[in-house]
Design a protein around this ligand. Sequence first.
Ligand code: FAE
Length: 544
Amino acid sequence: MSDSDPRIGPVSRRRFIVGTGSILGAAALSGRVTAARAAALPAAAPIADGAHVPALVIGTGYGGSVAALRLAEAGVDVQMIEMGMAWDTPGSDGKIFCNTREPDYRSYWLRTRTKAPLNYFLGFPIDRSIPRYTGILDAEEFSGITVYQGRGVGGGSLVNGGMAVTPKRENFAAILPSVNADEMYDTYYPRARAGLGVGTIDPAWFDSTACYQYARVGRKQAQRSGFPFVFVPDVYDWDYMKQEAAGTAPQSALAGEILYGNNYGKKSLQKTYIAQARATGRVTVSPLHKVTSVAPAAGGGYTVVIDQINTNGDTTATKTVTADKVLFAAGSVGTSKLLVKLKATGALPGLNDEVGKGWGDNGNVMCGRANHLWDPTGSLQSAIPCCGIDNWAAGGAFAEVAPLPTGIETYASFYLSITKNPNRAQFTWNAATGQVDLSWQTSWKQPSIDMAKSIFDKINAKEGTIYRTDLFGVYKIWGDHLTYHPLGGAVLNKATDNYGRLAGYPGLYVIDGSLIPGNTSVNPFVTITALAERNIEKIIATDL
Ligand code: FAE
């Protein structure tokens, strides 16, 4: 962290009490300090007030990184503006990122208390106080849903599980109806997978390693109930994970690192697209800079207003720059909020009425199941998921067999299901609060719960097991309050043309998850990346 901050949260070991009253154990908390990995990126030179740039990219997630790399390769100088931190400098513990088991000031975006997605254990709340800081995971709260997003150079790639899934071809027409599937499956999905460094677990190692016992339990139970079990590719370095398991490399996935960043094995965008983009010498990144306005400039191009912030979230400078082209890559929520505000407040009044519409949660819903005592899931669990249960065609659900990397035996199986939830919400400008609202309602998750039950009711019946009721509250089965996969809000071929050009404003583009109308049937980032590859190729060929 360039602005180093000594405020590290209090260290305390949490004790989890089982319902019977006996002590099950404490989370294994590693006090070990290891050498930080070499900083992935050189220090960024922030954009100067008054600058003029050929291309300005808002956000450094998947869409933004693809755009920056391909524009730079085409000879265009690019400024990437990122509201989060650079995440290139170790903290006082020698690590860039903190552990899920011991969240500290680095964990959450401008919160004084953690907001863990799975926020109870054995019926006890596990959130804790933390110092306010521009941490890596944003739990952004709307009235009916909490949307988790990565903040920093690399966007969601910093915090996600790295599951790199290409949707089944037969589902593609429902995902992006206006896009040619042949082009996507022949050209852009392969290009995206290559750029992201996607790989698959060695099945023989999967069968033998202790850290995927939980997934083998998931496989056995899925297959006994007749569900197709599938391995899921990931951007984690699988050879590195083998070294972690063998004790020959510092642990990362095997030390429970995921939600608050991964110090070693995950190939986040910092190591792939962004590293390549920077190597062109044409791409500059400005971390801790937040775009607040984009409007047509008098002499052509666009005027972009940017707040520079400190690690407390306070604005320390406001910069006004101009750009010939502006690419919105602030993520589904970030791009949608900006566009809705700019249309309503008169900066971009000509945006069409589709802006803000078509937002979905990829049907995310979580649940846990309680296994029998003779079916343990293992105290060592790799934080990187590698498999799923596919009941999409029959029941509308694809369930990721997810880890519970607490460091203790929990006898629980945990799942994040992606479901065919048909509900779509809209972002609107609230003039009274000066904020953008989202119309999603908590009750809209019911179809997702019903679809997930198509898998887990059957497994429970077959295994003679029950749902866990202690993971999301006191006697609450379903994690139905959140999404990891926001999609839509500036839908392709509706708010934009079929390549992301914003209607009415030449030189303004959308190139992130907001283009996708609410659902990808699997985890979304490969589709976001592939669509960005398709769109930027067309934009470079025709608009530059
Ligand atoms: P994103 O990656 O969110 O990047 C947007 C960037 O823009 C962020 O860095 C923001 O900080 C920045 N930004 C926003 N507003 C502004 C502004 N006004 N000015 C400057 N910067 C701004 O967008 N997907 C998978 O496919 N597989 C997984 O295993 C997976 N696991 C996940 C686990 C978690 C906990 C979470 C939160 C997400 C997960 N996802 C997963 C979802 C995936 O990370 C997400 O779909 C993509 O990151 C979205 O990519 P975008 O390029 O749309």
